[in-house]
Structures are given as structure tokens and as C-alpha cells.
Ligand binder design. Structure first.
Ligand SMILES: [Fe+2]
Length: 230
């Protein structure tokens, strides 16, 4: 359950319309590394996360990403209000305008609509947290790219705030991963320390050593695909 607070996490007050810039920033609304994907990723991963503190971390950050989605939407809206016909025609916004007018639609700057294929939920502690660390860095790079393209101080002030939050999220996911032991521990300990359901056969180091030993001693069977010695 969510309670809505009727204010933005950080104020957005843009004085000058700039549809061209809006057509770039929209990528952080519905693009491959945008805030919609971030919120859906974390708020979906949390269901199968076995550790309460990591579940809470995903809920916390996923909820904040929803607040960031709202901020990016506000930026796009404020950059495209009160446009003249001339601005719509000449400012590189016509291809967006013809389909969406000035509605805020989850799409990448390239025009590709939001796709859940751009994010992952694997149901495994290491896989999901590693995905989250990479996702935060990709979002940070996208904000860096927006800052390279924008010279509006009102916009850049908000984008810098959002960029900083991605760095904080990256650090928090890193801390969360460290609190639950090493990768070796997570991958090899049976029972409650695994994310796998009861009865699932765990992959232990001993299970992967045997073929290597056999290969080294020359007794390994040939590769079934090419018949070469293993
Ligand atoms: Fe984030």
C-alpha cells in the first residue's frame, strides 16, 4: 500500500520551454535505464528477496524511484507547456508531438515505447542485486549524458539531484550485498541462505571441480558438439 504525498521529492521549477530538451529527457521516464523501469524492477524483485533488510531496501529504493518518475514527468511537462506552433515544428519535437501532443508518455528518446524487456527480475539474491548495481550506474550515465546536452540551469539543478540519488542507490545496494556474506557463501550454502526453493539442488564447488580434474588428467570425454578432446 502506498500513501501519496502531494509534493515532489525535489522541486521542479522550469521557466523556459524547451521541447528539444524534453524529447531527450523523456528517456529517463520510459527509456531502457529510466525511472519507470527502476521502480518496477525493485518493487518486483522484493517479493522473492529472502532477507528482510534487503526486501526493505528494495521497497525503499523502488518507492523513491516512483518519486523520481514523477519528477522526470514534471520536467518534461514544464519544458513542453505553452509551445508555439513554430516551436513544435522547428524544435525537434514534431515526431513526438504528432503521436502524443504534449502528453507525458513512457518512451525512450529514440521513440521506442517502455518495455519491461529492459529490466530483469531473476529471483536470486546475487543476480538481482548485481543487476541493480549495474542499473544504477546506467541511470547515472544517462543523467550525465543529459547534463552534457542541457544548458538550462533550472533543469540541470534537478538532474544533478537525480544523478546523485543514483549514486546513493548504488552504494546502498553495494552495502546490502556485503551484509549478506560473500558470493561464495551465497552460492554454496544450503537451506535458508539460498534463494532457491527447498529441495533445489545447490551448485557446490565440488560439483564443478570434477570435470576440470578429469580434463587435466586426459580422461575427460570428448566434446559432444565437435568431438574434440575436452
Ligand atoms: Fe536509482
Amino acid at each position: 500500500m502506498f500513501l501519496y504525498e502531494k509534493k515532489l521529492q525535489y522541486p521542479v521549477r522550469i521557466k523556459t520551454p524547451n521541447p528539444k530538451l524534453a524529447s531527450v529527457i523523456i528517456s529517463q521516464y520510459g527509456g531502457p535505464d529510466g525511472e519507470l523501469g527502476a521502480s518496477l524492477r525493485y518493487l518486483s524483485q522484493r517479493f522473492s528477496m529472502p532477507y528482510p533488510e534487503l526486501k526493505a531496501l528494495l521497497t525503499d529504493i523502488g518507492t523513491e524511484e516512483l518519486g523520481h518518475l514523477e519528477m522526470v514527468g514534471a520536467i518534461v511537462h514544464q519544458l513542453t507547456r505553452k509551445l508555439t506552433d513554430e516551436q513544435i515544428k522547428t524544435a525537434g519535437f514534431d515526431t513526438y508531438f504528432v503521436d502524443r501532443t504534449t502528453g507525458v508518455y513512457p518512451t525512450a528518446a529514440s521513440g521506442f515505447p517502455y518495455s519491461a524487456a529492459s529490466m530483469a527480475v531473476k529471483g536470486d539474491v546475487l543476480a538481482d542485486l548485481t543487476e541493480d548495481l549495474a542499473a544504477e550506474q546506467k541511470a547515472r550515465v544517462t543523467y550525465d549524458n543529459i547534463l552534457r546536452l542541457s544548458d538550462d540551469p533550472d533543469v540541470n539543478d534537478v538532474i544533478r539531484f537525480l544523478r546523485e540519488r543514483e549514486v546513493v542507490h548504488f552504494q546502498r545496494f553495494g552495502d546490502g550485498k556485503r551484509t549478506r556474506g560473500s558470493e561464495k557463501e551465497l552460492l554454496t550454502k544450503p537451506g535458508g541462505r539460498l534463494t532457491r526453493p527447498p529441495g533445489f539442488v545447490s551448485v557446490r564447488p565440488s560439483a564443478t571441480k570434477t570435470p576440470y580434474r578429469a580434463a587435466r588428467s586426459g580422461s575427460a570425454p570428448p566434446c559432444p558438439h565437435c568431438s574434440r578432446p575436452a
